[in-house]
Ligand binder design. Structure first.
Ligand SMILES: [Zn+2]
Length: 149
């Protein structure tokens, strides 16, 4: 089962969809209006990392084999998953990956996404997301050990 969220957020002024990830205000990357951070976005960076960690545990990669995008938050989960997987599998330097990801955006979106991605990568590192997946590290030793030997 992949993780999905139903949060949507639109700029109070121009109704552009973006993630208000900064506290207390995130400037709308479309119109420049400062948007106050709503309570349910306080942990949005952590939520993105948690979803990726869960998917990696389930599927061995951050990007699930199939992932439907049903909300703005899902969109960002998928967006960060592809970057994390590239980072883990190809060991592309983080700064380069982020610059490539935002390359086609307008100046304001570049700034917005770059800051978001740096925060997400930092949180992922803090949580140990980039470490090799421990295989059954936490499971109890096989109770039937010795059996069949
Ligand atoms: Zn706006």
């Amino acid at each position: 089962m992949t993780l999905h969220y139903h949060q949507e957020y639109q700029c109070v002024k121009c109704e552009t969809y973006f993630l208000p990830f900064q506290s207390p205000v995130t400037v709308c990357p479309e119109c420049g209006e400062p948007n106050l951070q709503a309570e349910d976005y306080r942990d949005i960076v952590k939520l993105l990392v948690d979803a990726n960690a869960a998917h990696r545990q389930m599927y061995g990669r951050c990007t699930p084999p199939a992932y439907g995008i049903f909300s703005l938050v899902d969109h960002y989960i998928y967006y960060t998953a592809t970057l994390f997987d590239t980072f883990i599998e190809q060991q592309t330097p983080r700064a380069l990956l982020i610059e490539e990801a935002v390359a086609d955006e307008s100046a304001a979106w570049k700034e917005h996404l770059r800051e978001l991605l740096y925060q997400v990568f930092e949180e992922a590192e803090r949580q140990g997301l980039f470490k090799p997946i421990a295989e059954n590290a936490s499971s109890a030793p096989d109770p039937g050990s010795g059996e069949g030997n």
